[in-house]
Ligand binder design. Structure first.
Ligand code: IYR
Length: 246
């Protein structure tokens, strides 16, 4: 860094110095780090998205811990621009399903272009969203597009899609770790979800995740995950990992 690097006061004129505290960190022996990295991969690789849920209850506390895990995600300017609305009321789930299916019906029977249809054919998804009423919980994730201060004035948020999507990733991992299944569902358009769940206009639904236990006869599409060599490159690709294959 050059000697004439700007000071904090020059970069952030008029702002108080940020407050720092020591990082709490336990450094693991390298062998344990490797073992944990591998074990976590195996745990997460056992996760599957299924459309077939049963109605066995899941305690609210479990959902709350998973949402707290999601809330540990990093976010743009630490704005934490996410809200998790957990729906368990059967009547509300039924209304949610009805509204989702009305949109999805239009998508699947009309507006879905041929290429998209071809991409989904191997997964066999359709407009019938029984999981929205079968699963004991449906978590609707909203991203806070902008903040509202006490006077109702808009405050800017940053990287809200990225931030809320990272939180969803952690949520999915937490639910799987807890022994539950979920399905990432992205109804389109999503506007009706704000109205149905009484969310303010600064929030926009991002994803819908039914959560619960799989039905005894649950199935999943037969599919393979891309191997490491297809998703990973080290440096310029001359290392043992080789270049990412097209
Ligand atoms: N949102 C629709 C369609 C859909 C789109 C993709 I891309 C998927 O991977 C799965 C479904 C639906 O939820 O059915």
């Amino acid at each position: 860094m050059s000697a004439d690097a700007p000071t904090f006061a020059e970069v952030y004129p008029g702002h108080p110095e940020p407050q720092f505290e020591p990082l709490e960190f336990i450094r693991l022996p390298p062998g344990e780090t490797l073992a944990r990295a591998e074990a976590f991969y195996h745990e997460m690789n056992a996760r599957r998205t299924t459309r077939h849920f049963n109605c066995d209850p899941v305690p609210q506390e479990v959902i709350e811990w998973a949402v707290q895990t999601a809330g540990t995600a990093p976010s743009g300017a630490h704005r934490q621009p996410w809200r998790f609305v957990a729906v368990q009321d059967p009547a509300l789930k039924a209304r949610l399903r009805e509204a989702v299916e009305a949109e999805e019906y239009k998508t699947y029977t009309g507006r879905m272009p041929g290429e998209w249809r071809a991409a989904l054919a191997p997964l066999g998804t359709d407009y019938v969203k029984a999981h929205l009423t079968d699963a004991p919980w449906v978590i609707v994730v909203f991203r806070e597009k902008y903040g509202l201060d006490a006077d109702g004035k808009r405050t800017k948020n940053y990287y809200t899609v990225e931030s809320a999507s990272i939180a969803v990733g952690l949520l999915i991992a937490a639910l799987h770790h807890a022994g539950l299944v979920t399905l990432t569902h992205t109804p389109n358009p999503m506007g009706f979800l704000s109205e149905l769940l009484g969310r303010p206009k600064n929030e926009e639904a991002l994803m819908v995740l039914p959560v619960g236990y799989p039905a005894p006869d649950a199935t999943v599409p037969r599919l393979a995950r891309k191997p490491l060599k297809q998703i990973f490159q080290v440096d310029l690709g001359e290392s043992s990992a080789g270049p990412v294959e097209p």
